[in-house]
Design a protein around this ligand. Structure first.
Ligand SMILES: CCCCCCCC/C=C\CCCCCCCC(=O)SCCNC(=O)CCNC(=O)[C@H](O)C(C)(C)COP(=O)(O)OP(=O)(O)OC[C@H]1O[C@@H](n2cnc3c(N)ncnc32)[C@H](O)[C@@H]1OP(=O)(O)O
Length: 223
Protein backbone atom coordinates (compact mmCIF):
# COMPACT_ATOMS: atom_id res chain seq x y z
CA UNK A 1 0.00 0.00 0.00
CA UNK A 2 1.20 3.54 -0.82
CA UNK A 3 2.13 5.50 2.33
CA UNK A 4 3.28 8.67 0.57
CA UNK A 5 2.99 11.70 2.85
CA UNK A 6 2.08 15.00 1.21
CA UNK A 7 4.45 17.96 1.55
CA UNK A 8 1.45 20.27 1.92
CA UNK A 9 0.48 21.88 5.23
CA UNK A 10 -3.16 21.74 6.42
CA UNK A 11 -3.58 25.38 5.33
CA UNK A 12 -2.24 24.63 1.85
CA UNK A 13 -4.58 21.63 1.54
CA UNK A 14 -7.57 23.79 2.55
CA UNK A 15 -6.52 26.49 0.07
CA UNK A 16 -6.12 23.91 -2.73
CA UNK A 17 -9.56 22.42 -2.00
CA UNK A 18 -11.22 25.85 -1.95
CA UNK A 19 -10.14 26.24 -5.59
CA UNK A 20 -10.43 22.64 -6.78
CA UNK A 21 -13.84 21.69 -5.36
CA UNK A 22 -15.75 24.43 -7.25
CA UNK A 23 -13.91 23.31 -10.44
CA UNK A 24 -14.99 19.70 -9.85
CA UNK A 25 -18.57 20.91 -9.25
CA UNK A 26 -18.48 22.76 -12.58
CA UNK A 27 -17.30 19.61 -14.39
CA UNK A 28 -20.07 17.62 -12.67
CA UNK A 29 -22.51 20.22 -13.93
CA UNK A 30 -20.98 19.89 -17.40
CA UNK A 31 -21.59 16.12 -17.39
CA UNK A 32 -25.24 16.65 -16.46
CA UNK A 33 -25.61 19.44 -19.04
CA UNK A 34 -24.18 17.25 -21.85
CA UNK A 35 -26.57 14.42 -21.00
CA UNK A 36 -29.65 16.63 -20.91
CA UNK A 37 -28.94 19.36 -23.45
CA UNK A 38 -31.30 19.83 -26.38
CA UNK A 39 -29.31 22.56 -28.17
CA UNK A 40 -28.61 22.11 -31.89
CA UNK A 41 -25.53 20.54 -33.52
CA UNK A 42 -23.86 23.90 -34.10
CA UNK A 43 -23.94 24.64 -30.34
CA UNK A 44 -22.72 21.13 -29.55
CA UNK A 45 -19.72 21.55 -31.87
CA UNK A 46 -18.89 24.96 -30.36
CA UNK A 47 -19.15 23.47 -26.85
CA UNK A 48 -16.80 20.63 -27.79
CA UNK A 49 -14.20 23.11 -29.08
CA UNK A 50 -14.37 25.13 -25.85
CA UNK A 51 -14.06 21.99 -23.75
CA UNK A 52 -11.06 20.81 -25.79
CA UNK A 53 -9.36 24.17 -25.13
CA UNK A 54 -9.96 23.81 -21.38
CA UNK A 55 -8.61 20.26 -21.41
CA UNK A 56 -5.45 21.43 -23.24
CA UNK A 57 -4.88 24.13 -20.59
CA UNK A 58 -5.25 21.60 -17.75
CA UNK A 59 -2.92 19.16 -19.55
CA UNK A 60 -0.13 21.78 -19.43
CA UNK A 61 0.93 20.31 -16.07
CA UNK A 62 -0.22 16.81 -15.12
CA UNK A 63 0.54 14.26 -12.46
CA UNK A 64 1.75 10.97 -13.98
CA UNK A 65 -0.72 8.10 -13.47
CA UNK A 66 -3.60 8.44 -11.05
CA UNK A 67 -3.96 10.80 -8.08
CA UNK A 68 -3.25 8.06 -5.53
CA UNK A 69 -3.99 8.48 -1.84
CA UNK A 70 -1.37 10.71 -0.24
CA UNK A 71 -1.62 11.16 3.53
CA UNK A 72 -1.49 14.42 5.46
CA UNK A 73 1.19 14.81 8.11
CA UNK A 74 -1.50 13.80 10.63
CA UNK A 75 -2.10 10.60 8.62
CA UNK A 76 -5.48 11.52 7.19
CA UNK A 77 -5.99 10.12 3.69
CA UNK A 78 -6.53 12.45 0.71
CA UNK A 79 -8.36 10.16 -1.76
CA UNK A 80 -9.15 13.07 -4.09
CA UNK A 81 -9.29 10.95 -7.25
CA UNK A 82 -11.56 8.29 -5.67
CA UNK A 83 -14.51 7.31 -7.89
CA UNK A 84 -17.07 7.59 -5.06
CA UNK A 85 -15.77 10.36 -2.78
CA UNK A 86 -12.92 12.07 -4.67
CA UNK A 87 -12.98 15.84 -4.27
CA UNK A 88 -11.22 16.19 -7.64
CA UNK A 89 -13.37 13.58 -9.36
CA UNK A 90 -16.48 14.84 -11.14
CA UNK A 91 -17.65 11.24 -11.59
CA UNK A 92 -18.01 10.96 -7.80
CA UNK A 93 -21.49 12.22 -6.73
CA UNK A 94 -19.53 13.00 -4.36
CA UNK A 95 -20.51 10.82 -1.45
CA UNK A 96 -20.05 12.83 1.76
CA UNK A 97 -19.74 10.41 4.64
CA UNK A 98 -20.52 11.08 8.30
CA UNK A 99 -19.20 8.81 11.01
CA UNK A 100 -21.68 8.32 13.85
CA UNK A 101 -20.92 7.72 17.53
CA UNK A 102 -22.26 4.13 17.25
CA UNK A 103 -19.57 3.30 14.63
CA UNK A 104 -21.92 3.40 11.64
CA UNK A 105 -21.25 5.52 8.56
CA UNK A 106 -24.08 7.45 6.90
CA UNK A 107 -24.51 9.61 3.85
CA UNK A 108 -27.18 11.64 2.10
CA UNK A 109 -26.78 11.96 -1.62
CA UNK A 110 -28.75 13.22 -4.59
CA UNK A 111 -28.13 11.18 -7.74
CA UNK A 112 -28.93 12.89 -11.04
CA UNK A 113 -29.01 11.92 -14.70
CA UNK A 114 -25.34 10.81 -14.72
CA UNK A 115 -26.12 7.80 -12.53
CA UNK A 116 -28.99 6.32 -14.54
CA UNK A 117 -29.30 2.64 -15.38
CA UNK A 118 -32.89 1.67 -16.20
CA UNK A 119 -34.96 4.75 -17.15
CA UNK A 120 -35.25 7.08 -14.16
CA UNK A 121 -33.52 4.59 -11.88
CA UNK A 122 -30.05 4.30 -10.35
CA UNK A 123 -27.59 2.01 -12.18
CA UNK A 124 -26.98 -1.12 -10.10
CA UNK A 125 -23.21 -0.74 -10.43
CA UNK A 126 -23.42 2.77 -9.00
CA UNK A 127 -25.36 1.45 -5.99
CA UNK A 128 -22.65 -1.18 -5.50
CA UNK A 129 -19.86 1.38 -5.80
CA UNK A 130 -21.40 3.76 -3.28
CA UNK A 131 -22.15 1.02 -0.76
CA UNK A 132 -18.68 -0.49 -1.26
CA UNK A 133 -17.10 2.83 -0.37
CA UNK A 134 -19.40 3.38 2.62
CA UNK A 135 -18.79 -0.16 3.91
CA UNK A 136 -15.05 0.34 3.53
CA UNK A 137 -15.06 3.66 5.33
CA UNK A 138 -17.29 2.39 8.15
CA UNK A 139 -14.96 -0.49 8.93
CA UNK A 140 -11.75 1.42 8.25
CA UNK A 141 -12.66 4.34 10.48
CA UNK A 142 -14.00 2.16 13.29
CA UNK A 143 -10.93 -0.06 13.38
CA UNK A 144 -8.29 2.41 12.13
CA UNK A 145 -7.18 0.16 9.26
CA UNK A 146 -7.94 0.75 5.57
CA UNK A 147 -9.62 -2.51 4.46
CA UNK A 148 -9.97 -4.07 1.03
CA UNK A 149 -13.27 -5.47 -0.18
CA UNK A 150 -12.97 -9.27 -0.26
CA UNK A 151 -16.57 -10.23 -0.97
CA UNK A 152 -19.48 -7.88 -1.70
CA UNK A 153 -23.00 -9.29 -1.97
CA UNK A 154 -25.70 -6.98 -3.27
CA UNK A 155 -29.46 -7.51 -2.93
CA UNK A 156 -31.60 -5.25 -5.07
CA UNK A 157 -34.95 -5.26 -3.24
CA UNK A 158 -36.76 -2.87 -5.55
CA UNK A 159 -35.80 -0.19 -8.09
CA UNK A 160 -33.86 2.78 -6.67
CA UNK A 161 -35.19 6.07 -8.05
CA UNK A 162 -32.78 8.84 -9.08
CA UNK A 163 -32.99 11.73 -6.61
CA UNK A 164 -32.47 12.03 -2.86
CA UNK A 165 -31.20 8.90 -1.10
CA UNK A 166 -29.87 7.96 2.34
CA UNK A 167 -27.11 5.38 2.89
CA UNK A 168 -25.98 3.62 6.06
CA UNK A 169 -23.27 1.03 6.81
CA UNK A 170 -22.23 -0.74 9.99
CA UNK A 171 -19.76 -3.39 11.08
CA UNK A 172 -21.43 -6.49 12.49
CA UNK A 173 -18.37 -8.41 13.68
CA UNK A 174 -14.88 -9.60 12.85
CA UNK A 175 -12.71 -12.69 12.80
CA UNK A 176 -8.97 -12.00 12.66
CA UNK A 177 -8.34 -9.73 9.66
CA UNK A 178 -11.85 -10.28 8.25
CA UNK A 179 -14.53 -7.70 9.04
CA UNK A 180 -18.22 -8.34 8.41
CA UNK A 181 -20.17 -5.29 7.32
CA UNK A 182 -23.68 -4.54 6.07
CA UNK A 183 -25.21 -1.50 4.43
CA UNK A 184 -28.34 -0.20 2.76
CA UNK A 185 -29.64 2.49 0.43
CA UNK A 186 -33.03 4.02 1.28
CA UNK A 187 -35.37 6.27 -0.64
CA UNK A 188 -38.31 8.08 1.00
CA UNK A 189 -40.16 4.74 1.36
CA UNK A 190 -37.32 2.72 2.96
CA UNK A 191 -34.59 0.33 1.78
CA UNK A 192 -34.15 -0.31 -1.95
CA UNK A 193 -30.78 -2.08 -1.84
CA UNK A 194 -28.88 -3.94 0.87
CA UNK A 195 -25.29 -5.15 0.83
CA UNK A 196 -23.20 -7.49 2.92
CA UNK A 197 -19.44 -7.56 2.70
CA UNK A 198 -16.34 -9.22 4.03
CA UNK A 199 -13.63 -6.57 4.19
CA UNK A 200 -10.08 -7.80 4.73
CA UNK A 201 -7.39 -5.78 6.52
CA UNK A 202 -4.02 -6.11 4.75
CA UNK A 203 -1.59 -8.30 6.67
CA UNK A 204 1.28 -5.79 6.54
CA UNK A 205 -0.60 -2.71 7.75
CA UNK A 206 0.24 -1.22 11.17
CA UNK A 207 -2.35 -2.05 13.83
CA UNK A 208 -4.71 0.56 15.26
CA UNK A 209 -2.61 1.19 18.40
CA UNK A 210 0.50 1.77 16.30
CA UNK A 211 -1.34 4.30 14.14
CA UNK A 212 -2.67 6.13 17.20
CA UNK A 213 0.89 6.34 18.54
CA UNK A 214 2.18 7.66 15.18
CA UNK A 215 -0.65 10.20 15.01
CA UNK A 216 0.08 11.42 18.54
CA UNK A 217 3.79 11.78 17.68
CA UNK A 218 2.99 13.66 14.49
CA UNK A 219 0.51 15.96 16.26
CA UNK A 220 3.34 17.05 18.59
CA UNK A 221 5.85 17.53 15.75
CA UNK A 222 6.14 21.00 14.16
CA UNK A 223 4.62 21.32 10.64
C1 LIG B 1 -2.90 5.62 7.52
C2 LIG B 1 -4.09 5.66 8.44
C3 LIG B 1 -5.43 5.20 7.94
C4 LIG B 1 -6.36 4.72 9.01
C5 LIG B 1 -7.81 5.03 8.93
C6 LIG B 1 -8.44 5.04 7.60
C7 LIG B 1 -9.79 5.70 7.55
C8 LIG B 1 -10.49 5.55 6.20
C9 LIG B 1 -9.53 5.37 5.06
C10 LIG B 1 -9.75 4.61 4.04
C11 LIG B 1 -11.01 3.93 3.77
C12 LIG B 1 -10.86 3.00 2.64
C13 LIG B 1 -12.21 2.75 2.07
C14 LIG B 1 -12.06 1.92 0.83
C15 LIG B 1 -13.38 1.58 0.28
C16 LIG B 1 -13.26 0.89 -1.04
C17 LIG B 1 -12.88 -0.52 -0.89
C18 LIG B 1 -12.51 -1.16 -2.19
O1 LIG B 1 -13.18 -1.04 -3.16
S1 LIG B 1 -11.07 -2.04 -2.23
C19 LIG B 1 -10.90 -2.52 -3.93
C20 LIG B 1 -11.55 -3.81 -4.27
N1 LIG B 1 -10.92 -4.90 -3.56
C21 LIG B 1 -9.72 -5.40 -3.95
O2 LIG B 1 -9.11 -4.99 -4.90
C22 LIG B 1 -9.18 -6.52 -3.11
C23 LIG B 1 -8.40 -7.52 -3.93
N2 LIG B 1 -8.02 -8.64 -3.09
C24 LIG B 1 -6.94 -8.57 -2.28
O3 LIG B 1 -6.19 -7.60 -2.26
C25 LIG B 1 -6.72 -9.74 -1.38
O4 LIG B 1 -7.31 -10.88 -1.92
C26 LIG B 1 -7.32 -9.49 0.06
C27 LIG B 1 -6.63 -8.26 0.72
C28 LIG B 1 -8.84 -9.28 0.02
C29 LIG B 1 -7.03 -10.72 0.90
O5 LIG B 1 -5.69 -11.01 0.75
P1 LIG B 1 -4.84 -11.63 1.94
O6 LIG B 1 -3.54 -12.10 1.37
O7 LIG B 1 -4.77 -10.66 3.08
O8 LIG B 1 -5.76 -12.87 2.32
P2 LIG B 1 -5.41 -14.19 3.13
O9 LIG B 1 -4.22 -13.96 4.00
O10 LIG B 1 -5.40 -15.32 2.16
O11 LIG B 1 -6.74 -14.35 4.01
C30 LIG B 1 -6.98 -13.63 5.22
C31 LIG B 1 -8.40 -13.96 5.64
O12 LIG B 1 -9.32 -13.28 4.75
C32 LIG B 1 -10.14 -14.28 4.06
N3 LIG B 1 -10.29 -13.82 2.68
C33 LIG B 1 -9.33 -13.65 1.78
N4 LIG B 1 -9.81 -13.22 0.64
C34 LIG B 1 -11.15 -13.11 0.82
C35 LIG B 1 -12.22 -12.69 -0.02
N5 LIG B 1 -12.00 -12.29 -1.30
N6 LIG B 1 -13.46 -12.69 0.50
C36 LIG B 1 -13.69 -13.08 1.75
N7 LIG B 1 -12.72 -13.48 2.62
C37 LIG B 1 -11.47 -13.50 2.14
C38 LIG B 1 -9.38 -15.57 4.17
O13 LIG B 1 -10.26 -16.67 4.07
C39 LIG B 1 -8.71 -15.43 5.52
O14 LIG B 1 -9.65 -15.75 6.50
P3 LIG B 1 -9.27 -16.70 7.74
O15 LIG B 1 -8.20 -15.95 8.51
O16 LIG B 1 -8.75 -17.96 7.12
O17 LIG B 1 -10.55 -16.86 8.50
Amino acid sequence: MDFRLTDMTDEEIAQDLSVVEPLTDSVRDLIDAVIRTEVDAEHLIAAREQIEAVVASLRAEQKPGSYGVPFTKKLHGMPYGNAAVGKRNAIAPPLEIEHQADGSATSKVVLGAAYEGPAGLVHGGISAMLLDQLLGEAVSRQHGIPCFTGTLTMTYLRPTPLGALRLRAETTGNSGRKYFVRAEICDADGPTVTAEAIMVAPANFPRHEELQRLRAQLAEAPE
